[in-house]
Write a protein that binds this ligand. Structure first.
Ligand code: HEC
Ligand SMILES: [Cu+2]
Length: 325
């Protein structure tokens, strides 16, 4: 895929799904009504100022004292107008907001939806899918979805409160420990959509990015099948593989058939991803080497320690991990 990091719009004004189009339309309606009120109020103010200045000038030119403007008390039509018009405006805004919420904040998955679980961790995302044979496929940070099909995301947290937000695909929803929130996301057409944890969750919150790859259904199916298959490590990289299992790597990371740690991202198919560090660092040999040497030099404060390995060991690990397609 090789898509450069950080490209692509994340604007709510460029929706790419039904829920985000409805949010955009509602936002524009609210801003338009407020802008119209602003213009009307400001026009009255400008007219009053202009007339006041003019009256002042006329009075000065004829050396008359400046008179008070006409004082109006208890005008029924004016009071009715400024009570009824705001009530109507607030009523309209309330009704269209309720309608939009009912349409997009569903309690049941939309028809034909595919379920995916997203788990927020400090500071990365875990994604769980059900594979064709019912097995669970676990991956991290890069969410693949079929384009044109609703996705029913079950949001869970492993630690603190996070928030899942991909502005072009869905609204924003908090990810809360010991609670499952459900969010409808969808992409009308294939593409890469960027998102971000939207609730401050600790030092590396700003680097807890989300990458959503929307693909045509057959491409997605092939991707899921590849993720479900056991990773194949060639004998050439046996040394890196044994370093992985001899050191603490295996306690924190799962690699199918090799280790079962659950604290960090699943690495079974790491080399099929474009990035590491939750969408923050492009996956290249050089970056992977620096990451294994000292993750804190790239993502200060992150929860992976430097294991102080020898350079040859790190090189072996890089070779091994890069074969995990
Ligand atoms: C104490 C647990 C722990 C140990 C030990 C550990 N890691 Fe990690 N690792 C993590 C965590 C947590 C992250 C996610 C960091 C982040 O993005 O904030 C991570 C991220 C990674 C990533 C990036 C994955 C991605 O998709 O972003 C790689 C690659 C990696 N670790 C490899 C290793 C290797 C190789 C070792 C052994 C030398 C190792 N880790 C040891 C916890 C650990
Ligand atoms: Cu966060």
């Amino acid at each position: 895929m090789g898509v450069p990091i950080g490209t692509g719009v994340t604007s709510i004004l460029e929706p790419a799904s039904r829920p985000t189009r409805e949010i955009r339309d509602l936002s524009i309606l609210v801003v338009a009504i407020c802008a119209a009120i602003f213009v009307v109020v400001q026009s009255f103010l400008v007219v009053a100022i202009v007339r006041g200045v003019r009256a002042d000038r006329v009075a000065k030119a004829s050396s008359q004292p400046v008179g008070e403007p006409v004082q109006v008390y208890g005008s029924l039509p004016i009071e009715v107008a400024w009570t009824v018009i705001p009530i109507i405006i607030v009523f309209v805004l309330t009704m269209v907001t309720i309608r939009t919420i009912r349409e997009i904040d569903l309690t049941q998955p939309p028809p034909g939806a595919m379920a995916v679980t997203a788990i927020g961790h400090q500071w990365w995302w875990e994604f769980r899918y059900a594979a064709a044979d019912g097995a669970t496929v676990i991956t991290a940070n890069e969410l693949h979805i079929p384009a044109g099909r609703p996705i029913w995301l079950r949001l869970e947290s492993a630690d603190v409160i996070h928030s899942f937000w991909v502005p072009r695909l869905s609204g924003k929803l908090d990810v809360i420990p010991a609670k499952t929130n459900e969010l409808w996301i969808e992409a009308d057409s294939p593409g890469l959509f960027l998102g971000q944890c939207a609730e401050y969750c600790g030092t590396q919150h700003a680097h807890m990015l989300i990458r959503v790859y929307a693909e045509p259904q057959p491409v997605f199916d092939a991707w899921l099948a590849a993720q479900a298959s056991p990773p194949i490590a060639s004998p050439v990289v046996a040394e890196g593989r044994s370093t992985f299992t001899e050191y603490a790597c295996m306690n924190c990371h799962t690699i199918g058939g090799t280790s079962a740690g659950m604290f960090g991202p699943n690495l079974s198919h790491l080399a099929s991803r474009d990035t590491i560090g939750s969408g923050y660092i492009p996956l290249t040999r050089a970056n992977l080497k620096q990451w294994i040497n000292d993750p804190n030099s790239l993502k200060p404060g992150c929860n992976m320690p430097s294991l102080q390995l020898e350079e040859a060991q790190v090189d072996g690990l890089v070779e091994y991990l890069m074969t995990l397609k």
